[in-house]
Design a protein around this ligand. Structure first.
Ligand code: FPP
Length: 261
């Protein structure tokens, strides 16, 4: 089942991609999309299934959305797969998500390679099980030269703790004479974050009906456009994804300035 979905047929995929591009010809496509994939548990409950089934279907949905995003011209997807707060969930659920991740990074690696997807991770790896850390390192290493869409997975990620860690590293550099206080500015600070090499998200999508940021990419989303839907993540279809892209395209992004119209 695991090997089945992602770009499951190259021919169908190519036709699909052409349609996606035609469909989106006129619009401004965000370079970087951040996604809070909420509602897996409620989706499963609605089907009378365990919450873990919702996560399984959520992981499947993510693969599809990466494919649609790539075809639409999006360069980076940052997806919130496991937060620093998610450890509070029942151990069975935490273990299941770890198992899913393990499978994602083994069974799907070939497909990520074939489709030129680059995998990256953000979050505190140290608290994760050893075998997951080595899968993550391996996936990063194997896909590092891929030039297609970047799938940046947030695992054991928290926005506040990312900022605190950045401050600690910056302070160490100041103490060691590698940086001066006068050199502290927004650009330099960004270099201490997990996303040092990535541009900030242009669009933040949240499924599941809540309209909050939940500690996701707090520094990076300063000027991101937000788009929410009541749909649970496993129900986040291609059509809804296009709706988010179209909505983004109509936004007047002023970055605190005035528009030129
Ligand atoms: C939110 O749904 C989702 C999560 C906490 C985890 C997201 C995880 C996945 C999509 C699967 C794992 C991903 C990979 C790449 C292996 P929720 O459980 O909070 O749903 P609820 O709000 O309905 O309870």
């Amino acid at each position: 089942m695991w090997n089945s979905f992602f770009y499951k047929n190259q021919n169908t995929g190519a036709e699909d991609n052409k349609k996606i591009q035609e469909n989106l010809e006129e619009i401004v496509v965000p370079e970087h999309i951040a996604v809070i994939m909420d509602g897996n548990g409620r989706w499963a409950k609605k089907q009378g299934r365990p919450r873990t089934y919702g996560h399984y279907m959520g992981a499947e949905r993510l693969k599809e959305i990466v494919r649609y995003a790539d075809a639409a011209g999006v360069k980076i997807i940052s997806a919130y797969a496991f937060s620093t707060e998610n450890w509070k969930r029942p151990i069975t659920e935490v273990n299941y998500i770890m198992k899913l991740l393990d499978k994602y990074l083994t069974n799907e690696l070939d497909t990520f390679m074939q489709n030129n997807v680059q995998l990256r991770f953000m979050g505190d790896k140290k608290a994760l099980p050893e075998h997951i850390i080595s899968r993550m390192n391996n996936a990063e290493l194997c896909t590092k030269d891929n030039t297609g869409i970047i799938l940046n997975l947030a695992i054991n990620y928290g926005g506040r703790s990312e900022i605190i860690n950045a401050i600690k590293s910056m302070t160490t550099d100041i103490t060691n004479g590698r940086l001066t206080v006068n050199e502290i500015n927004e650009e330099n600070f960004g270099k201490y974050l997990y996303t040092a090499e990535l541009p900030p998200p242009d669009l933040l999508i949240r499924t599941g009906g809540d309209q909050r940021v939940s500690n996701f990419m707090l520094w990076q989303i300063a000027y991101a456009e937000m788009w929410y839907t009541k749909a649970y993540w496993p129900d986040f279809t291609k059509e809804l994804f296009y709706e988010a892209l179209r909505s983004f395209s109509l936004r007047d992004r002023r970055f605190g300035g005035l528009n030129n119209k």
